[in-house]
Design a protein around this ligand. Sequence first.
Ligand SMILES: Nc1ncnc2c1ncn2[C@@H]1O[C@H](COP(=O)(O)OP(=O)(O)OP(=O)(O)O)[C@@H](O)[C@H]1O
Length: 306
Amino acid sequence: MDMNTNLPSYLDQSEAVKNRFDRLKQREVILEVKQLGKVYKTAKGEVTALKNINFKTHRREFVCVIGPSGCGKSTLIRILAGLEPHTSGDVLLDGKPVTGPGRDRGMVFQGYTLFPWLSVRKNVMFGLEMNNASADEAGKEADMWLELVGLEKFANAYPHELSGGMKQRVAIARALVNQPRILLMDEPFGALDAQSRAKMQTHLLEIWRNVDVTILFITHDLDEAIFLADRILVLKAHPGEVQELIEVPVPRPRSVRDFTSPEFLATKARLEALIHPPKTLAEKDAEDEAITQRMIRFVNIEDNVE
Ligand SMILES: Nc1ncnc2c1ncn2[C@@H]1O[C@H](COP(=O)(O)OP(=O)(O)OP(=O)(O)O)[C@@H](O)[C@H]1O
């Protein structure tokens, strides 16, 4: 119990939660990241984006990655996707080194990456047809995944006819149709309004419960990370390093009611302390002053609003 807040410790786990974690850790390891490092060479010198990153994800685990801007979240997911080479360490998927993009990893990004000229169904079929599936086979598979994401009625619609949340559901179906070992999601709901975002979070948990897939999900929204994750990888910036790997003590299945539970709030308080460490008044004043000094004045000096 934290005496200042009357919240339990985020490290306290109920029997049920503890047992679930024990079971999860017995599952096989899908992704293993060992001593991973990334240094970018720029005109101004070297930038260490990631340093000594170590973690494992087990089959059907849901891991969120969170951290301040510039901590290397996007670099990490791009390396895992095989879109960016790393400079040290290893990334192993099912024990084999990742050397480039592959069908064993599905990707969902924030920007809507659907082909605008293809119908929803054709968008989902695309990956399968590229891998030589017949149109008939690909169509059947696509219909099955569209049903799973609740979009079977929109199979013949085009992306511009869909809401942001629906587009991301198509993107999820398109990633899952290849039956990847891991789904890599980079702020997939970042562009949605708060209501659609909440719906998509619940929807994603429902999909995850029904599909044999492991999820690595990047977000900078603390509530989203706690609501979704089994474990949260908290990174710090400059250089991007692991601060802590938090086991979320909120039981499953989860619902919107959990957002105010003591376990949820205790975890949030811990994340806030790690990501937004409290500043002194003098530090805040210095920040305000820096903003004031940078501001160019576009109005006459006598024309004051204060
Ligand atoms: N192509 C690049 N060349 C040089 N430096 C880079 C490159 N991409 C990223 N960086 C640097 O690496 C660090 C990590 O960047 P990255 O975009 O991975 O962080 P992030 O956590 O995703 O940030 P944000 O949340 O703001 O998107 C930053 O210091 C960034 O400036």
